[in-house]
Design a protein around this ligand. Structure first.
Ligand code: HEC
Ligand code: HEC
Ligand code: HEC
Length: 127
């Protein structure tokens, strides 16, 4: 006696496998969704213009480190002559309060993993 009807079960299984893998296969070859870094709600401007920050925040951080560590200069004059304490933790992360929702959004997309957080403390993430 036949316990099951292979003619029905096997196509059924194939359809199920297809349904489960479709969303993953569909993504292959397509672009991953663009990152959406969450911007500060209270502050309207960064330490420099948006275009400058997009292209040059890595260089700016390097310059900040050099001016603090090599020149012991803790005043940075930014956009519109505003003064900032050149500090990753105490200035950047004061406005950009989530590393996960801001920095990591772009860095995961771009495939870069800055090693800064080995030493510098990222803000506590509140879910
Ligand atoms: C006073 C608050 C403040 C500080 C301090 C600050 N940011 Fe910003 N940042 C902002 C705001 C607001 C924007 C969006 C600016 C706009 O739309 O013109 C922004 C934009 C950016 C962007 C571009 C984001 C995008 O969507 O393209 C990057 C990158 C960035 N900031 C990194 C940094 C880094 C690194 C530091 C420290 C060197 C820093 N920010 C310090 C408020 C700040
Ligand atoms: C709008 C997207 C975006 C945001 C937001 C952003 N970054 Fe970046 N960051 C990038 C990209 C893209 C690179 C790689 C650039 C390259 O390789 O030329 C990068 C590179 C860096 C580097 C150099 C790392 C390396 O290995 O070369 C540092 C340091 C850095 N980001 C710090 C930060 C910090 C700190 C924040 C959050 C305050 C931040 N970034 C937010 C896009 C972003
Ligand atoms: C091996 C540990 C270590 C690593 C990794 C590291 N730093 Fe630092 N950084 C320090 C120390 C120590 C100081 C000096 C602290 C001071 O004098 O306030 C400093 C100072 C700085 C400063 C100025 C002071 C401040 O409060 O932020 C900046 C900006 C900075 N680092 C950025 C970076 C960036 C960007 C990266 C990653 C590309 C990085 N650092 C990686 C240890 C580290």
């Amino acid at each position: 006696m036949k316990i099951y009807d292979a003619n029905k079960i096997i196509p059924g299984l194939l359809i199920l496998v297809g349904l489960f893998t479709f969303p993953f296969l569909y993504n292959i070859g397509g672009a991953a969704p663009a990152p959406k870094p969450e911007l500060p709600k209270e502050q309207k401007t960064c330490v420099q213009s948006l275009a400058f920050m997009k292209a040059g925040h890595m260089q700016l951080l390097n310059d900040w480190r050099d001016q603090v560590v090599r020149q012991a200069n803790r005043v940075y004059v930014g956009l519109d002559g505003k003064e900032f304490n050149p500090s990753l933790q105490n200035t950047c992360m004061e406005c950009h309060t989530s590393k996960v929702k801001f920095c990591d959004q772009c860095h995961n997309y771009a495939g870069v993993t800055p090693y800064c957080w080995d030493c510098h403390i990222a803000p506590k993430e509140n879910q």
